[in-house]
Unconditional design. Sequence first.
Length: 478
Amino acid sequence: MLAGPLLGFLASYALFAAGNDPVMCKAAGVLVLMAWWWITESVNIFITSLMPVLLFPMLGIMDVKAVAPEYMKDVIFLYIGGFVLTFAIERWDLHKRISLNILLRFGNTPNRLLLGFSLSAYLISMWLNNTSTTLMMLPITLAVVDQLHGGDAKKRSGLSVALLLAITFASSIGGTATLIGTLPNMVMKDFYDKNFPDATPLSFTRWFLMALPMSLCMLAALYFILRFLFLRNSDHIRPDLSMCRTNLQELGRMGFEEKVIGWVFGFAVLLWFTIDDKTIGNLHIPGWKNLFPDPTFVNESYVAVVIACILLFFPSKNKRGENIVTWEEVKKIPIGIIFLFGGGFALAKGVVVSGLDKWIAGNMTALKDLPSWILIFILCLSTTLFSEFASNTATVNVFMVIMVPVVQILQLPPMLILFPITMAASYSFMLPVGTPPNTIVFGTEKVTARQMMRAGFWLDVAGAIIITGYMVLIGGGR
């Protein structure tokens, strides 16, 4: 905890001794302090996120009236609306019905089961956060694992390890496919829209079209890596899926609330995809936001709020006097995540106001001469390594603060740099503490740290290679 302020002071003093502006030096000190605390988590990451409010006025960088609005940007309502949709799906067990149906349709051979579990977690985490997806999939997975172990919790088979790691890693991979799938995506959207207003907007559709192919490649890499590491001698295993059938039967027929949520969910996806104008060949399809007096007044965050309000107002049929989502569910939204969002945005604002952004960019001019594939690969490895020790949202905050001014001043293509960083932050699989899903599955004591690190290492490497190759392919890298 003390090392953070010490390192911040040393960084600030070193810059000041080199003759730099005092305000810039102080901003650099805050950046180093927050990055250190976010990496080590010696101070709670959400408390660390409040440091700009505490330190910027004290150090003369920004006044509190300028800092405070950074903690309630429009993208935060995209996050809030996504959480309300998540709570609705979880409250009425729609996610269980979807996953159980997928698993039962894939059969019970080891390879098909691995594919079924991976695909279930991947598809669900496109719309639910990775922690919720893992918690939802874990009981189903453990039921299959326990059947493999014959009730002996100390036994470990290659298939059981593969299935547990599949739901863990696929939950993180699936979240990268959609704009609302994981928090770093929304952080990048805010940085991108704010700093590159003249570039093509980062809409829900654009993100999906860019991220889906990459995430599918990662899902394929996950399947083949886990299959190679853990399923080479498991063809004789035939797990009993009767528990899954029993669970599906207990859910009964699809209820009124589940149908409403399904329709509302489909409506949300439709609105997100059609908000902007689309041109397909000679066909031009105007976006629905043009129906508003000022189309710039609405965006993806507005859709999230609309969907949340529908679910909060829509009456339940099976629970009289209640709506599909109640305020009790809304109160579960973790306020710490909002602080984490805001802390990154406020830190970025302080870096710009102090002029630190220009200093960082000026000292990274050599990046412009690097071949783009080398630059992207280095950034991916650096981001993934950083994210192994810090939360992926904190990682993206730090890297966006550093790289956005570099992209602006060196006139690099913003998506070619910022998009890989964001994806790589979610592709950290090695350590049990790397992501909440990793921690959850490791806590079952059915996966060892060595097994997780072994699979995670190869998946980390595969992630850096896939991201680099994909970006060079679609981005015209030199």
